[in-house]
Design a protein around this ligand. Structure first.
Ligand code: ADP
Ligand code: MG
Length: 322
């Protein structure tokens, strides 16, 4: 009894007569997700947030055979389009737009190649040149056809061997959804951390000059001090780097961000890229795209996306903020 009381007490902090829960963490979207609602932290709201994150995972995950994306993938090459929810349709629409704008540096049609390498799974391996060449024939986002017919949303993959993978954009989308939910519930401030995909929500304090400060990890030595501190009023900071998921063979590192020109882990001159904007979905996809494209990657069409800020860290640790 005493033990139960102690545990409950340690979970609850009492502020202004209101019961406030500590930040909550769950493994969702293939990563560790933590949400801090500060003084608005109620059990019900935390529950709703993690339910929403799990619902997104269940629609988008390529590791769940019942997900909508898996259904679309299973029907690749079929003459029939697959019915999907409006949200899957909308994320796929943004994904295709960013693919076009980044010359496929961000490519949502890399599923076949991603499976072949298996980076981040137990079956990670270096495929043969022939296997890579074959997979590369099936990575064209133009093979993914989106259509809206009488209010239903449909996706069809024309080529039987092309597969969708939205792993580089879905956490950003999810962070935006949670921010929207918090807005509706009149939450004052929150930190949403979906595996390092950060969204700082609301005013940090009563003082309007008080900004959130988000540290950018040193990609060369992740235990060292942050290479940069980004100050922002509210919005998202997303980083893609070569240190997140990888395997090593014969002293060479094979990380999980692939280049659809070569079919191999991107041989980029950057160690990490962070993108800051009020739309986490843009941040997520663009961090991946800029990382693949490297220092010299300039995408003119990005200019019609929302205003974004970037932090590039090169292989020597030099940081450029733009
Ligand atoms: P993380 O998910 O680790 O934060 P990213 O957002 O960069 O990093 O997403 C990487 C994931 O996206 C990979 O695990 C893979 O599923 C997929 N992916 C890999 N390369 C690309 C690419 N060039 N474009 C789009 N998706 C990619
Ligand atoms: Mg990404």
């Amino acid at each position: 009894m005493k033990k139960v009381f102690l545990i409950i007490f340690s979970l609850l902090l009492v502020s202004c007569g209101k019961t406030v829960m500590e930040p909550q963490t769950q493994y969702v979207l293939g990563t560790v997700c933590t949400v801090n609602l500060f003084e608005d932290g109620s059990e019900e709201l935390y529950q709703d947030i993690f339910e929403a994150l799990n619902a997104i995972d269940n629609k988008f995950s390529v590791n769940k055979e019942y997900s909508e994306i898996s259904k679309v993938n299973q029907n690749a090459g079929s003459v029939n389009a697959v019915n999907v929810s409006q949200e899957v349709f909308e994320v796929m629409t943004v994904a295709k737009k960013i693919a076009r704008a980044t010359e496929n540096s961000f490519n949502p049609a890399l599923g076949t190649l991603i499976k072949l390498w298996g980076i981040g799974t137990d079956s990670a391996r270096i495929p043969s040149d022939d296997e890579i060449e074959e997979a590369l024939k099936h990575c064209d986002p133009d093979s993914i056809i989106l259509s809206e017919v009488d209010g239903s949303f449909k996706i069809q993959i024309l080529d039987a061997k092309t597969q969708i993978d939205l792993g580089a954009i879905v956490k950003g989308y999810a962070a935006d959804c949670i921010a929207e939910l918090l807005e509706k519930r009149n939450v004052k401030k929150a930190i949403i951390d979906l595996g390092g995909n950060i969204y700082v929500f609301g005013n940090k304090s009563e003082n309007p000059d008080d900004m959130w400060r988000v540290g950018i990890r040193n990609p060369i030595d992740p235990d060292a001090q942050p290479v940069e501190i980004v100050s922002l009023k509210s919005g998202s900071v997303v980083t893609s780097g070569n240190y997140e998921r990888f395997f090593e063979k014969d002293g060479k590192r094979y990380h999980h961000i692939l280049d659809s020109r070569t079919g191999r882990p991107a041989e980029t001159d950057l160690a990490s890229v962070s993108v800051i904007s009020d739309k986490s979905i843009d941040c997520d996809a663009l961090a991946t795209a800029f990382f693949v494209a490297g220092k010299s990657g300039v995408f003119e069409d990005i200019l019609d996306l929302r205003e974004i800020k970037t932090v590039f860290v090169d292989l020597s640790g030099k940081t450029v903020v733009k």
